[in-house]
Design a protein around this ligand. Structure first.
Ligand code: 5GP
Ligand code: ZN
Length: 111
């Protein structure tokens, strides 16, 4: 998708601070962090949201990446994975992504 911010980040057209990468996913630091650790994990291929994700290899890579990031970043005190979806879900970038938040006490339920 030529006008998608996250496609541009994956393609290197917009710079980002890489945290993790494999054949199917890319993770980078959020530009507007909501916690001391705030990583965004995206599939390299564009999907608008999780409802469209039809490739089991990408599904596996997403979970694998979350686990690897949690271990590599030593998120031992805890972390949260968030997938904002759609208007009511608070999604602002229409490229499927997962927030990994850590480094402070996270409130529940979210606002
Ligand atoms: P959403 O609100 O869609 O769940 O999350 C989108 C996230 O992407 C936000 O946390 C926002 O700060 C982040 N973001 C938007 N544009 C950029 C960018 O150009 N670079 C980076 N690193 N993060 C971005
Ligand atoms: Zn995209």
């Amino acid at each position: 998708m030529s006008d998608c911010i996250f496609c541009k980040i994956v393609g290197g057209d917009i710079p980002s601070a890489k945290v993790y990468e494999d054949d199917y996913v890319y993770a980078f630091n959020d530009i507007d962090p909501q916690a001391p650790v705030h990583i965004v994990l995206v599939p390299k291929k564009h999907y608008d949201n999780i409802k469209d994700l039809d490739d089991d290899r990408i599904k596996i890579s997403i979970f694998n990446a979350i686990q690897k990031i949690a271990l590599d970043q030593k998120l031992d005190a805890g972390f949260r994975v968030v997938c904002n979806t759609g208007e009511q879900g608070g999604q602002t970038v229409e490229h499927l992504h997962f927030h990994i938040l850590s480094g402070r006490n996270l409130q529940w339920p979210p606002g």
